[in-house]
Design a protein around this ligand. Structure first.
Ligand code: NAP
Length: 353
């Protein structure tokens, strides 16, 4: 059965907002064949929301999880048991506010914004909660801004909050070439840590260019060759056994676990998290599960770091909506480099409407 698509009767006719828009639609859980681009009604602006014309969106591994509906636990988290309840995928958006709903304060038409939303980013227009949106400073592009929700905030919270990383400490980032890991390497360097990144041979140079002091190529080197070396590990892959990772930590070290690996289609990271927390008993080292919390304050921090040049998002590809089905499908293989950005429209303030 197909997922519901908003009916034309729901479409707002705000001045300058077209009645329909292009969007990626997900009709069921599956692979590329569950996705197609279609012309659908532009979302209705209701009180309390803002209508954003998307300039760029960015892909996240979470989009792949919601494409496949795995681990199955995500379906129970409100995304729909048998098919997605929100048919337009995409969580990370950057664009311009083009209409402001009744009761909204702090935003004006024309504001450039970015944010993490609960699906809907892979469309030309989206209605968003103002509380999800940060204002984009002029010093970073919409493309760069779209990479920050989810990946940037996860890395920031993983190092600063979960890992309590301090200047002078030694940091290992596993998955250093990926969306979150790329930010992890650069933020770790910004926080004054000595950073080691783990990636495959083809990404060694990229990870070094992002600022890693050392790079471990996991296809030819074993992590277990570095016992007791790290104060903090940011693990965004989940492929190494818990005992191996604990063996890499110094006494008092923190293992920040952001990925449960690929092998549990039912519960995802829940079992590794429970195992990790249990292993804290009687240990001076800490296993800390990482769960991204979208906050505007952290988006502001990240925007500032990008605008100042301290962090430069690694944008590996720029795609039109039509390319997304195949690319999203491949994301599950776990070898996407950096951030893949989606082109939704030109900046409406720069192009005639
Ligand atoms: N906890 C949270 O709140 C949260 C938030 C966001 C994402 N996540 C999870 O974190 C994981 C990573 O997300 P992401 O967006 O960064 O994924 P991604 O962009 O798809 O990146 C995956 C990266 O992992 C690398 N990789 C694969 N196997 C590896 C290995 N054995 N050792 C080292 N690197 C390896 C790949 O590099 P190579 O090609 O070089 O192998 C690739 O660049 C996913 O499982 C995602 O679901 C969790």
């Amino acid at each position: 059965m197909n997922a519901p698509i908003p009916s034309p009767a729901d479409t707002a006719l705000t001045p300058n907002v077209p009645r329909t828009m292009r969007a990626l639609l997900q009709t069921r859980y599956g692979g590329a064949d569950a996705l197609h681009v279609a012309e659908v009604p532009t979302p209705t602006l209701t009180p309390g929301l803002v209508l954003v014309q998307g300039v760029n969106a960015a892909l996240n591994r979470g989009d792949w999880h919601l494409l496949t509906g795995t681990p199955y636990a995500v379906r129970l988290a409100g995304y729909g048991l048998t098919r997605p309840t929100r048919p337009i995928p995409g969580m990370a958006i950057a664009g311009r506010v083009m209409a402001v709903g009744a009761g909204v304060t702090g935003f004006e038409v024309g504001d450039a914004v970015l944010g993490e939303i609960n699906r809907g980013a892979f469309a030309e227009w989206v209605c968003a909660e103002p509380s999800a949106l940060a204002k984009k400073p002029a010093g970073l592009s919409f493309e760069q801004a779209a990479t920050l929700p989810v990946s940037g905030t996860t890395a920031l919270q993983g190092l600063r909050d979960a890992g309590q990383l301090k200047a002078g400490e030694s940091l290992l980032v596993i998955g250093a070439a990926g969306g979150v890991g790329g930010f992890g390497v650069q933020l770790g360097r910004h926080f004054g840590a000595e950073v080691t990144g783990v990636c495959s041979a083809r990404n060694v140079e990229v990870v070094r260019l992002m600022g890693a002091h050392h790079v471990i190529n996991y296809t030819s080197q074993r992590l277990s060759e570095h016992p007791g070396r790290f104060d903090v590990i940011l693990d965004m892959v989940g492929a190494e056994p818990l005992a191996t990772l604990r063996g890499l930590l110094k006494p008092g070290g923190r293992l920040v676990s952001g990925s449960g690996g690929q092998d549990n289609a039912l519960f995802g990271p829940m079992i590794p998290i429970l195992r990790g927390l249990f292993s804290n008993l009687g240990s001076a080292q800490r296993f800390v599960p990482l769960m991204n919390k979208p906050t505007v304050a952290d988006l502001d921090v990240l925007c500032g770091l990008v605008a100042s040049g301290a962090v430069t998002p690694d944008i590996s590809d720029r795609l039109p909506l039509d390319a997304l089905p195949a690319v999203l499908d491949h994301m599950g293989e776990g070898h996407t480099r950096g951030k893949v950005v989606v082109n939704l429209s030109a900046d409406p303030q720069r192009s005639p409407r």
